[in-house]
Design a protein around this ligand. Structure first.
Ligand code: GAR
Length: 197
């Protein structure tokens, strides 16, 4: 089974969705590490409860992105990780780190890319007057949130939606999208998966 490390910064609900799917012994991959850049990330305890090894590399302990990333490489190498899944990992990665994992790193982003790369996607979707919103799993390339699209899920925008209400509608779709996209990716499938609410 291919070894997957999951990088988080927060609650880790996408990490859990991936880890629960990989708990299936018939899955072609297994989680070897959950790594957080924040020591207080809620996902660390949730991973540990599932018996998954965890590590913290606190970006605030390093003077620049390159040294932070070099510090992440040690636990990643020790874990035997072959693939990385970013799951609510909120640090921008340098081209050097991304090159080291070229073709082996996925990310989930809370918008229908190429719309709304970057932060505050739900508020920006509402401000744009969109009728639909969603999430995207894509391969990570040096340009932020713009690598090849591997899967997208769509939800409606409803009257009176706030950014939080929209986020709460998108997040369960993230959990439905990321696990099958990872399975397909490990199996060599690159055609994007579409999920409609
Ligand atoms: C998710 O909505 C994910 O798409 C988003 O952060 C949330 C993490 O939730 N990621 C980004 O904004 C990446 N720039 P989780 O920790 O519960 O998975």
């Amino acid at each position: 089974r291919r070894k997957v490390a999951i990088l988080i910064s927060g609650g880790g609900s996408n990490m859990l969705a991936l880890a629960r799917d990989m708990a299936d012994p018939g899955h072609p991959a297994e989680v070897c590490l959950v790594l957080s850049n924040r020591p207080d990330a809620g996902g660390l305890a949730r991973a540990a409860e599932m018996g998954i090894p965890t590590a913290v590399v606190d970006h605030r302990s390093y003077p620049d992105r390159a040294s932070f990333e070099a510090a992440m490489m040690a636990p990643l190498r020790e874990s035997g990780a072959e693939l990385l899944c970013l799951a609510g990992f909120m640090r921008v990665l340098t081209p050097g780190f991304i090159e080291a994992w070229a073709g082996r790193m996925l990310n989930i982003h809370p918008s229908i890319l190429p719309l709304f790369p970057g932060l505050h996607t739900h508020a920006r979707c509402l401000a744009a007057g969109m009728a639909v919103h969603g999430c995207t799993v894509h391969e990570v390339t040096p340009d932020l949130d713009s690598g090849p699209i591997l899967g997208q899920a769509v939800v409606p925008v409803e009257a009176g939606d706030t950014p939080d209400a929209l986020a709460a509608r998108v997040l369960p779709m993230e959990h439905r999208l990321y696990p099958p996209v990872l399975r397909r990716f490990v199996a060599g499938e690159r055609a994007p998966l579409a999920l409609l609410a």
